[in-house]
Design a protein around this ligand. Structure first.
Ligand code: PMV
Length: 344
């Protein structure tokens, strides 16, 4: 019968890099110029929920994002779909009486519905959660028996940072050496229980979509910034080792110092790009000053800040008490007078 539909729903949180990925050595395969480290958020907050379904009644692959149909023709979606389809195995749902063989998967079309519970493309790593969730859900639907690291290498083809959302806790994306990208994948450094005192506060400075996409931005940076070459070769390799050590020892002072410095260098590299890229705005800069002053007065870091390809601040507080104080300070310094003010 042509009536059946088989579905899988998955939920994936976004991740925030504390040692940034910026710059590709291969644009098609999405191979980075340096390793990066991130922390995956709790699933109930910033996450993507994706339902993938398959039915003989579907005449083409289709996708909806936040309720609106989007095109699947882009190379990134096609890579993820192709890679998972090629790993599909037999599925036998006894309850529904459905049998799909490895061969059937080549002809069957999928429908994908994805929903972000936070602003899309505003520099809050929506594509990271999105592609990780898509790849994971498709792998479950098609019974692809890959482990999380292997799936991470497929999610990487959707959006680089997506490979780090296949794991919870602290995750490292190893840049890899292979020019085909087989060893460019994510590994978990520590699970979500390892350092659960940390509290992440996201100050949404603007929910507008960013002006320069990370793809265009990275391309311009790779082509024009000498500072990026220095960063990738000389700075990040040492910083990665120090960050791994800080995470292992739950050493907040080192963690904060490394995360803040790395965020600032990423934005310096953006400024060193021709034409220069500005992701942070005046409010972002005020938040940095506030945190720096507070950390300095306290004698030891209380809060770390990091900014991605947008003006929104990701603030990591050392514990719950500090997080509560942080929110008070932010509200005191930045009373949102109007929406227009917030979105400036
Ligand atoms: O995966 P992309 O192409 O969205 O790039 C993400 C880049 C940053 O968010 C700025 C840094 C990172 O490592 O996530």
């Amino acid at each position: 019968s042509q009536k059946w539909v088989l579905m899988v729903t998955a939920q994936t949180p976004t991740n925030i890099a504390v040692i940034k990925y910026w710059g590709k050595r291969d644009e098609t395969l999405i191979l980075p110029v340096n390793d990066s480290i991130s922390v995956t958020l709790d699933p109930e907050h910033l996450c993507t929920t994706t339902t993938v379904s398959v039915s003989p009644a579907f005449d083409q692959d289709r996708m909806w994002l936040n309720g609106k149909e989007i095109s699947l023709s882009g190379g990134r979606f096609q890579s993820c779909l192709r890679e998972i389809r090629s790993r599909a195995t037999d599925v036998h749902d006894k309850e529904k009486g459905i049998k799909i063989t490895k061969k059937d998967w080549e002809k069957l079309n999928v429908h994908i519905a994805s929903y972000n519970n936070f602003p899309t493309a505003a520099g809050l790593a929506s594509s990271a959660a999105g592609f990780a969730c898509l790849v994971f859900a498709l792998a479950k639907l098609m019974n692809a028996n890959e482990d999380h690291s292997q799936l991470s290498a497929i999610a990487r083809r959707g959006s680089g940072s997506a490979c780090r959302s296949l794991y919870g806790g602290f995750v490292k994306w190893i840049m890899g050496k292979d020019e085909k990208g087989t060893d460019s994948l994510a590994v978990q450094l520590a699970d979500e229980k390892h350092w659960d005192e940390l509290v992440i506060v996201i100050a949404v400075v603007s929910s507008q979509q960013k002006e320069t996409s990370s793809t265009t931005g990275m391309r311009d940076t790779v082509e024009t910034s000498l500072l990026l070459q220095h960063r990738a070769k000389e700075v990040v390799p040492k910083r990665i080792l120090k960050m791994e050590e800080a995470i292992k020892n739950r050493d907040f002072a080192s963690f904060a110092q490394l995360a803040c410095t790395d965020s600032n260098q990423f934005h310096a590299v953006c400024l060193d790009t021709c034409p220069p890229i500005f992701y942070m705005n005046d409010t972002s800069h005020r938040i940095i000053s506030l945190v720096e002053k507070w950390n300095c007065a306290a004698g030891t870091p209380q809060v770390a800040y990091t900014f991605d390809a947008g003006p929104n601040a990701v603030l990591i507080a050392r514990n719950r008490e500090t997080a509560a104080l942080l929110v008070q300070k932010l509200l005191f310094c930045f009373p949102p007078k109007s929406d227009a003010d917030l979105n400036r």
